[in-house]
Structure formats: structure tokens, C-alpha cells
Design a protein. Structure first.
Length: 247
């Protein structure tokens, strides 16, 4: 049987003696949209940072296709990191570069020539609905467009997995919905596996195939499963979280 595309196993996250979360475990199948949810300060983004290799866990590990990421040497970890792209909360575009230059940057850094990188960058921008804005700078476009520009850059190297950290942060409801629709389109058209950090209910129910809930007080996960099922049959705190403005 093929291993899960991502497996988090017995993961404990800590800064010195301060434990953020402990004993976290779940799997993400190929092509799934997996949601990491919980109240502010519970460690959602910290978990993502451990999954993408920015923070080393106190205990446990993250497996990609059955391979232990944190047991691998640095060279191999860098190779594994090429399998995924990341859209950070505030898009993290370089303000001194045009959108095309932002998207082309990871391509040229990987050894692709400037002309080919520019062509690929334009294709990626078109894929997220930004054709015609290649020469614009981040300060010249809206917040929703910046998020889509950041997504185009995250997709530059055709990753198998996309990580999103609070993608709706700072967006109006209409722009947030458009971004959700784009995420679904990418999954359907490209088969990309998506890990989504969010506390936004519309996104959780619209996008999530499976979800995990991190409890800030108990410092561990208290529920996992389909969001619609967790809303009706789970820990009281999880039910309360998922029943705000019940859909």
C-alpha cells in the first residue's frame, strides 16, 4: 500500500522549555485539502513551520511519501523541500520587484535561464488570473491580487504540495471567496495536495476534506476528521469553534 503523501507522527513542538503542542499525529493523502485549525495562539502556523522544515521538532517527525524528513541529512531535506510551495500570510512579495520578477525568482535560483523563467512566470500569473499585471509592483495591486501573486510564486516550481498560512487574512469576504475558489480549481486541475492553516469557517467548510483541531489550553490536538462531522460530533470546544455563525 502506498504511504500517505504527508504523515505527522508523534510531533512535539517547543521553544526551549515551553511546549507549544505535543503528540500531534495525522496523515494527508495525495490530492487532499487538509485544514489545520484552532483558536489564535494554539500553534497552527508553528505546526506548518515544522512541516516545511523551518523549525525542528522537540520530538517526533514529518514523513513525505514514507521518508522521514528530519532524519534526513541537510542535502536530502532541501531536495524534499522542492516538492512543496508556500503561500505565507502576507504573500511576502518583494516590493522592489514586479510580479513577473517575483514569480521568476525561485526559477532562476533553481538554475533556469532568465528568458525561460520569465515565460514560466507569465504562465503561472495567468493561471491565478493575473495576466496583464506582470509588470505591476506589489504596491500597485490590491490585497487579493497580492495573495494570488504569492500563490503564483509558490507554484513556480510545480510543487506536489502547497502550504497556505492564513490565506484569507486581511481580505474582504469577496476576495476571500475568490481565493477559496482558486484553491479548489488548482486542486481539481493539477491534483495538488494542499495544507491550509486557517480559522475562517467559510474556508474550512468549503475547502477542507479533513481537518485537525489544535487546543491551546490542552497543548495537543483534540479532534480530527471531516469538518462537517466535527461540527456535530466532537469535543465541546471544537463544536463551539465550528458552530460560530452556523452554516
Amino acid at each position: 500500500m502506498e504511504p500517505a503523501q504527508i504523515e505527522v507522527r508523534d510531533l512535539t513542538m517547543a521553544y526551549a522549555a515551553h511546549v507549544v503542542q505535543r503528540d500531534i499525529g495525522f496523515t494527508v493523502g495525495r490530492g487532499e485539502i487538509f485544514v489545520i485549525m484552532g483558536d489564535s495562539g494554539c500553534g497552527k502556523s508553528t505546526l506548518m513551520r515544522h512541516m516545511i522544515g523551518l523549525n525542528r521538532p522537540k520530538a517526533g517527525s514529518v514523513f513525505y511519501g514514507g521518508e522521514d524528513f528530519w532524519a534526513a541529512d541537510e542535502e536530502r531535506r532541501e531536495q524534499l523541500q522542492h516538492r512543496f510551495g508556500v503561500l505565507y500570510q502576507y504573500a511576502a512579495l518583494f516590493t522592489s520587484m514586479t510580479l513577473e520578477e517575483n514569480v521568476a525568482l525561485p526559477l532562476t535560483e533553481s538554475g533556469i535561464g532568465a528568458r525561460e523563467a520569465a515565460q514560466i512566470a507569465r504562465l503561472k500569473l495567468a493561471l491565478v488570473g493575473l495576466a496583464g499585471f506582470e509588470e505591476h509592483y506589489p504596491a500597485e495591486i490590491s490585497g487579493g491580487m497580492k495573495k494570488r501573486g504569492g500563490l503564483a510564486r509558490a507554484m513556480a516550481l510545480d510543487p506536489e504540495i502547497l502550504y497556505f498560512d492564513e490565506p484569507s487574512a486581511g481580505l474582504d469576504p469577496l476576495s476571500s471567496r475568490r481565493l477559496d475558489d482558486l484553491i479548489l480549481e488548482l486542486r481539481e486541475s493539477l491534483g495538488t495536495t494542499i495544507v491550509l492553516v486557517t480559522h475562517e469557517l467559510p474556508s474550512i467548510f468549503e475547502l477542507g476534506d479533513k481537518a485537525v483541531f489544535l487546543d491551546a489550553e490542552k497543548k495537543t490536538m483534540t479532534a480530527q476528521g471531516k469538518p462537517s462531522e466535527l461540527r456535530d460530533d466532537s469535543d465541546p470546544k471544537v463544536r463551539a469553534f465550528l458552530s460560530r455563525g452556523r452554516l
